[in-house]
Design a protein. Sequence first.
Length: 255
Amino acid sequence: MAGKLDPGQFEWVSAFSDLEALLDPHALGLDLVVVGDGEGEQPPHSQKRPIHILDVGCGTSSVGVQTFRRWPNTYRSLTSIDCDGGALVQMHANFGGRLLLRSADGPATGRGDPSVVTVAADAADAAEVGDVASFSWIEGDFNHCGAVLPDAGKFQLILDKGTLDYMLAQHGSAWKLTCHVMRLLEPGVGVYFVVSIFPAELVVRLFSIPGVPLHATSVVVGDSGDGDGGDGGGGGSGSSGSCLLYTSPSPRDRG
């Protein structure tokens, strides 16, 4: 069945059903934007805006896909990046979209499928990658994503469900991830939505900028572990964690 994850796929900490209410674009304040400064013919007013999602270290989680499909009139594009090409091949097979793989053999179009593109593993020029489609999977290391994700401020929502945890557990540091999140979020609007087993206070400290007020809220979420195919089966561990919503500072705040 299209769109249904295989039993071997995995959801870290929580499934989409645990996060759905939090990912509502209205709840995140992402569905409307104030335009106009009151000095022109039109007074300031709110209007709907398209929202672009980046799923960092997506693995075989379906949360990004389900968020994108749940609110299609607001979430207009989804870009998922992970260093595990095999996981992305599986997700592309399950959900479709455009798959961008990296190969030491050089640029090629693979598998006779026009939605699967292979570029050189050491490609440094973003032109080799091309424009990101409205629904795409990209093989790459987020710590070194400048070539495949070159546009600063492109995304209004960045999802992170386990990638920050991995960086902290394996490397004891997440400063590169932090820098790229800050670079890619739209200033003053973007939301970094991170689900972590670490205390929310730690995540807040990682993203704090001296002299800049941090707009953050956190809630406790749990793994439903219900094995439901629509949510990807969950980890089934009964674990719980914190979900932090972080809004990027405006250009003025950044100095």
